[in-house]
Design a protein around this ligand. Structure first.
Ligand code: PHE
Length: 508
């Protein structure tokens, strides 16, 4: 066996984790949700959800995998043999997400390359909002199998970049995150200055920061805040298990997790400032939607062409915006591949690089589906199930496994092992992992089930045929959750041929 890769410094680990957490979700989902749920009110509820649930679970994943020095699958086996399938579910769901996150990444590259076109569209909202559709030729429906050449090239570039960044695991990730974490912050700051100096920006900022307490009466505020915390911190996706497993004995998990979570939130708020001030400045505050893809590819281009009267300057701001999204997306995209790769390579003792190549190749082929003309619709379906059902269920199972069948004291000792100043208190950690997180997540799960079955009669979106929703939604969910049992059968067979699994034990 090769020696396990390790981060070369504490900062590298923090940057890698921040890079994974800070992604497209910060740039477009967070501001969209804040617009939907009364600005400041959403910020407060989001902060509460992060403290009550997000941060403790983040600490838990990092410390458990650091202790075992294993990715998601083997770490869950270490918690208890019967929990291994939960590790598999997290890994399989991450694999599903890789297949389409890479496509969104490719679209961002496509828009960056074409941002010069904004120069000729000054003030023309219609042209700006149709650029994305013209480039991707999307039908929005389950039909049309053509793949536009430009999109295909961008997808290849996206996969090439992803592979390049993780080709040597922690070692190569450590090198690129110094750039991919700071670059988007600099670009966001430039855009914030532009946004905040526009007349009308103040109105947008008021909308972002002043709480509108009537929004509290809508329970979907909590649903969205909890979901966003979960998604944004990249937990339950096998990622933090992989990243935690590359930590050394001296890691200060309690403090690092706080830094990661608050940096993530700070960048979300910064994106909120950029979005709200720009939309205020271009008179488009009412157009902000909660849908990320809509904001980034349809609404924001309209803002770009109204930023100034000078075409090339608008195009430059467009290029900055999409460059910012590229640098935001890349470290999230490769972190999921790394999560899957570490988990599988630990399980089967296959060289990390071989697994990484295999995953990039297989998910690269699957991702072709999402760049066809019907790709956006399929992506929408898969994304909804991966996040609204799979991720939440995995979260509940993980909390039950670690909170109820393992010793939380042991985990907390690991979290607090090297901290002097800040120690996570037991009551907070236990309340969260044992009660608050499972209860909130179960409520969220039931809410989503009621939403789809009772309110919408079993359809997620009536424009998509039911068979497609079953094929890309429910079937994927079933596959994700049976993957662990299939793998168990494979391991059993391999054992007969002399394969010996690692011993994963918690040594005190
Ligand atoms: N945390 C990322 C974001 O906010 C989301 C993400 C990361 C999704 C990694 C998938 C994989 O965009």
């Amino acid at each position: 066996m090769e020696k396990r890769g390790q981060w070369n410094s504490r900062l590298t680990f923090i940057l890698a984790a921040v890079g994974s957490a800070v992604g497209l979700g910060n740039a477009w989902r967070f501001p969209g949700l804040a617009a939907k749920h009364g600005g400041g009110t959403f910020l407060m509820v989001y902060l509460a959800a992060m403290l009550l649930m997000g941060i403790p679970l983040l600490m838990m994943e990092i410390s458990v995998s650091r202790k075992f020095r294993k990715g998601a699958i083997e770490s869950m086996r270490g918690i208890g043999k019967k929990w291994e399938p939960v590790g598999w579910a997290a890994t399989s769901n991450a694999f599903v997400i890789v297949c389409y996150y890479s496509v969104v990444f490719a679209w961002v590259i496509l828009m960056f390359v074409n941002s010069w076109q904004f120069a000729g569209m000054t003030g023309d909202n219609k042209a700006a909002s149709s650029l994305f559709f013209n480039l991707t030729k999307t039908t929005g429906l389950i039909q049309g199998a053509d793949i536009p050449g430009g999109v295909l090239v961008c997808l290849l570039v996206a996969w090439g970049l992803i592979f390049y960044c993780i080709r040597n695991g922690a070692k190569s990730v450590g090198k690129v995150v110094k750039f991919t974490v700071f670059a988007p912050v600099v670009l966001l700051l430039i855009m914030a200055v532009k946004g905040c100096t526009m007349p009308g920006a103040g109105e947008g900022l008021l909308k972002l920061f002043v709480p509108d307490f009537t929004a509290l009466s809508d329970p979907s505020l909590w649903v969205d805040a909890v979901g966003q915390v979960f998604y944004s911190l990249s937990i339950m996706m096998a990622i933090m298990f992989a990243y935690g497993s590359y930590l050394g004995d001296d890691a200060n998990v309690a403090v690092d997790a706080m830094i990661i979570a608050f940096s993530d939130m700070a960048i979300s708020v910064l994106s909120g400032i950029v979005m709200f001030s720009t939309m205020g400045g271009t008179g488009m505050l009412g157009d902000m939607t909660a849908s990320g893809i809509g904001t980034a590819f349809i609404v924001y281009p309209q803002a770009i062409v109204n930023l100034t009267n000078i075409g090339w300057l608008n195009a430059l701001f467009g290029a900055i915006f999409y460059m910012m999204l590229i640098t935001l997306a890349i470290d999230s995209a490769f972190s999921i591949v790394e999560g899957v790769s570490a988990a599988v390579s630990d399980k089967f003792h296959i060289k990390p690089r071989t697994v990484t190549i295999a995953i990039c190749a297989i998910s690269g082929v699957i991702s072709l589906l999402f760049v066809t003309q019907m790709g956006l619709a399929w992506l929408d379906i898969v994304d909804n199930w991966a996040n609204s059902f799979n991720l939440i269920l995995i979260g509940i199972l993980e909390c039950v496994a670690i909170g109820w069948t393992f010793s939380l004291r042991k985990v907390l000792n690991e979290i607090n092992r090297n901290t002097k100043k800040f120690r996570a208190p037991y009551w907070w950690f236990a309340a969260s992992v044992k009660y608050i997180a499972p209860v909130l997540l179960s409520a969220l799960f039931i809410w989503n089930i009621i939403d789809i079955f009772v309110q919408k009669g079993g359809t997620y979106n009536p424009d998509y045929p039911i068979w497609a929703q079953v094929a890309a939604g429910w079937s994927v969910t079933v596959l994700v959750f049976i993957s662990g049992f299939v793998a168990k059968a494979i391991v059993k067979k391999k054992r007969k041929n002399g394969f010996v699994e690692d011993e994963v034990v918690w040594k005190d």
